[in-house]
Design a protein around this ligand. Structure first.
Ligand code: SAJ
Length: 439
């Protein structure tokens, strides 16, 4: 008998709290694997959208998966939890931005959504249940924050019910595939809780499931993203050095990466998203004296938008009154997510310095951003500009040819922060392309 069928019987019904980029795919995947799922979100717009058969998130294949899950009758959408065999908390854990008056302050983790979700579970918690925190959280959140809240039920975590932490590590744009294929870490309050978590995720996870402690699993998640942030910071610093010494950082990185044990990442306009730009702060806030490298890397990446703006100002000989088109606002290529986007920071910095900025985002053509003029199509963005600034390596921009752009704009000045328009076609074109990391 397929053991996944066995464990499905153990978890007939689960509640997934938080229907965002992770919660909704997770809820839908469980539902299409035979589990009754109550998908819970406190945002009425989200609940209404999903109950109307629509999806509020762009992720390849997600709409089809959610509609199949709801059509099967296994996924129902609600604004409150119900009694279930397991509860998964997949709510946001943003950080509280520092006040402008204290720019050097360390951003603090905002656990209010996790706390609210745990509180909402308490009335429904029963002996034998499993509760899993998935949200990326500071080390010891499961043990020191979630467990005490759930104890208000009168049940003891690890004895009367299972409590575990299991981070997701899916790449936006690849979520549905990676959710199933990636190895998964399950950290239990105790080994029995870790095993219960393993039994739950075995229902659809095909990657290896590794059991550990809850705090280790929290650390693993933060280490993965912090490792990436530090490595992006060194790539950004190499870009600055290349401009200083007059080399092409992209060529230099490609050559350095020919070394069998070197893997330098790509420079860019900064680090965005609700993960890489956030998670390292959880470690810095929790242990500032132990994290000078992590802290500095965050500062390097957060300063990258200003570095790009300074380069643009030097090329244009000043910014006041200059007309600039920002091409791309998402935090990374081929997603519609604008959270913590460096492209938006570049646009605001240019505007604050007196430039007239228009922005176009192909994956969010109707994006409304405070203090920023966005246009719904590329052609409008290209009209009557002094410079085009490529801030996101979106595939639609990659596929443009010089001829296609020439037909839509008189502008010949380009600042390419993502090394997108770099091939011979562009080098032989009339465009004057300035690339980040290339002098
Ligand atoms: N970036 C660079 N240079 C690079 C790579 C990325 O500047 O070489 C920038 C991107 O443009 C973006 C930011 O960094 O602004 C983050 O992009 P990303 O693709 O590194 O990260 P996410 O946030 O989309 O996904 C990461 C992944 N973590 C790792 O790769 C270690 C994903 O597996 C995690 O599940 C996700 O964070 C998360 O949810 O934590």
């Amino acid at each position: 008998m397929d053991d996944s069928i066995g464990v499905t019987l153990k978890f007939k019904k689960i509640c997934v709290i938080g229907l965002g980029y992770i919660g909704l795919p997770t809820a839908s995947t469980f539902a299409t694997h035979g589990v009754k799922v109550v998908g819970v979100d406190v945002n009425q717009r989200v609940v209404q959208t999903l109950q109307n058969g629509e999806v509020h998130i762009y992720e390849p294949g997600l709409r089809t998966l959610v509609q199949a899950a709801i059509k099967s009758g296994n996924l129902v959408i609600s604004d409150h939890p119900e009694a279930a065999d397991a509860f998964i908390i997949a709510v946001p854990t943003p950080f509280k931005h520092v006040h402008a008056a204290a720019p050097d302050a360390i951003p603090a983790a905002d656990l209010s959504y996790v706390i609210a979700a745990a509180e909402a579970i308490v009335p429904h918690l029963q002996p034998g249940n499993l509760v899993v925190l998935e949200s990326t959280s500071p080390p010891r959140t499961t043990v020191d924050v979630v467990a005490p809240i759930l104890a208000k039920s009168g049940l003891q975590a690890g004895a009367d019910f299972h409590l575990a932490y299991s981070p997701e590590r899916v790449l936006p744009g690849q979520i549905l595939r990676e959710l199933i294929e990636n190895a998964r870490v399950i950290g239990g309050l105790n080994p029995v809780s870790a095993q219960a978590g393993c039994d739950l995720y075995k229902i659809f996870v095909r990657g290896e499931i590794i059991q550990t402690t809850a705090t280790t699993a929290e650390m693993v998640k933060l280490m993965e993203n912090t490792y990436r942030d530090v490595n992006i910071a060194i790539a950004n610093e190499f870009a600055r050095l290349s401009e200083h010494f007059g080399t092409d950082v992209w060529e230099a990185i490609a050559l350095a990466n020919r070394h069998p044990r070197v893997n330098i990442l790509n420079p860019g306009p900064g680090v965005g998203g609700h993960c890489i730009s956030v998670d390292p702060w959880f470690l810095v806030e929790a242990a500032p004296a132990l994290t000078p490298l992590i802290h500095t890397a965050r500062r390097v990446n957060d300063a990258q938008p200003q570095f790009v703006v300074d380069r643009i100002a030097a090329i244009l000989g000043g910014l006041p009154g200059r007309r600039i088109a920002i091409l791309g606002l998402a935090y990374k290529p081929d997603v519609d997510d604008l959270r913590e986007s460096p492209a938006i920071q570049v646009a605001h910095l240019l505007q604050n310095a007196g430039a007239e900025v228009l922005a176009y985002e192909p994956f969010a053509e109707n994006a409304q951003i405070d203090g920023l003029t966005t246009v719904p199509d590329l052609n409008t963005a290209l009209q009557n500009q002094d410079m085009l600034v490529l801030t996101v390596a979106h595939t639609p921009f990659k596929n443009l040819t010089p001829a296609a752009v020439v037909a839509q704009t008189e502008t010949r000045l380009v600042m390419d922060t993502v090394n997108l328009w770099s091939g011979p076609l562009w080098q032989q074109s009339d465009f004057e392309i300035h690339c980040l990391g290339v002098c």
